[in-house]
Design a protein around this ligand. Structure first.
Ligand SMILES: NC(=O)c1ccc[n+]([C@@H]2O[C@H](COP(=O)([O-])OP(=O)(O)OC[C@H]3O[C@@H](n4cnc5c(N)ncnc54)[C@H](OP(=O)(O)O)[C@@H]3O)[C@@H](O)[C@H]2O)c1
Length: 326
């Protein structure tokens, strides 16, 4: 049986992308064979597709850290043929052939059953990016954030993580300030629920100062660098910043001052290795009390349009969530 797949190859001239037909028998071992119906585009997929060794080392490779589809074969007692499942993170699309193909084969403990309240399609509008936004909000709330804590800053706001974070926070009653480099998307961000929109330059101003005015009741940071630590320096007393991304920079200049003067917290967020029971619990929330209508965030992608979207996400130009329809 041959399946259509997006493939990245390493050649003398660099990395190339194409759509190929490959044999199902070439897929890695695993307890579940899944017919992929939808996948999605995340920043990390762009890194994988361009040979970033921190994400993917062995080529040829099929990226796609997200997949939603139907179980075709199962050798694990928790899943039967016909189950609708979601798989994000772990090694999918990194070292293991990923969701940019009509089929994947994965270990059963990488998959959760699609909860009622979500569809395979809506789960991939969320995808890793939206899931990570929810993880940030959950950890901030576990650390004490409530709408009474003060306005919440979301950086990289038109991106995948940022746009879902804006939508979810606004739906939960938070006042949201969105940081964007795309001033022309101000009205779009307001339509998602942002009360206020500021520029990246404004968010990065004052990086040389030891402390900034107490402003935020919480921060969801997707960019790293000066913007991240400015966020920490402008948290209100006892509040927290959730750090999940590095599109601006993986490093930042820091001092202990905000931690010892304002009792603030810097929270780490990882969606990749998060244990499957915790992943399932967050999917359940996204299907119930945190259910969102995210249709206005979707850009429909096909295998044919994926390569152009990969270039756009690496250039910081994607808006919302690219969803691959297979
Ligand atoms: N920790 C985890 O488990 C996890 C999970 C998912 C994602 N991530 C990380 O989170 C980050 C965002 O992922 P994503 O999928 O949402 O990516 P994305 O869709 O590309 O969004 C990133 C956004 O950041 C802004 N941006 C781009 N370049 C920038 C720069 N140089 N300085 C400041 N802002 C910049 C842009 O938004 P504006 O134009 O609106 O500013 C861009 O749309 C990535 O670093 C990704 O690797 C981590």
């Amino acid at each position: 049986m041959s399946v259509k797949a997006f493939r990245v190859e390493k050649g003398e001239a660099g990395f190339s992308r194409s759509i190929v037909s490959r044999e199902e028998s070439e897929l890695p071992a695993g307890e579940l064979l899944i017919e992929v119906k939808f996948s999605s585009l995340n920043f990390k997929d762009g890194l994988s597709a361009t040979g970033n060794p921190g994400v993917t080392r062995n080529f040829p490779h099929t990226p796609g850290i997200d997949a939603a589809g139907v179980v075709l074969e199962s050798s694990h007692g928790d899943f039967v043929v016909g189950d609708e499942v979601i798989a994000i993170g772990f090694d999918l699309g990194m070292g293991t052939s990923g969701g940019y193909a009509e089929r994947i084969r994965i270990p059963a403990n990488w998959a959760v059953k699609c909860p009622s309240g979500l569809t395979l399609h809506s789960s991939m509008i969320i995808g890793t990016a939206g899931f990570t936004a929810a993880e940030c909000v959950q950890k901030l709330e576990q650390s004490g954030m409530t709408p009474a804590s003060g306005p919440v800053l979301v950086t990289g706001a038109t991106g995948g993580v940022g746009s879902v974070a804006v939508k979810l926070l606004a739906q939960l009653g938070y006042e949201v300030t969105a940081v964007t480099g795309k001033a022309e998307k101000t009205d779009w961000l307001k339509s998602l629920g942002a009360s206020n929109v500021i520029s990246r330059e404004e968010a990065a101003a004052g990086a040389d100062k030891p402390m900034l005015a107490e402003t935020w009741g919480g921060v969801v940071d997707t960019v790293g660098g000066d913007i991240l630590f400015n966020g920490v320096k402008s948290l209100r007393y006892g509040c927290s910043l959730a750090a999940c991304g590095l599109v601006a920079a993986p490093t930042f200049g820091a001092s202990v001052l905000p931690f010892i003067l304002r009792h603030v917290n810097l929270l780490g967020i990882d969606s990749v290795q998060l244990p499957i029971d915790q992943k399932a619990a967050i999917w359940q929330r996204l299907a119930t009390d945190w259910h969102m209508d995210l249709s206005d965030l979707e850009e429909v992608l096909t295998l044919d349009t994926l390569s152009g979207a990969i270039d756009r996400i690496l250039a910081g130009q994607m808006v919302g969530r690219g969803v691959l329809h297979l």
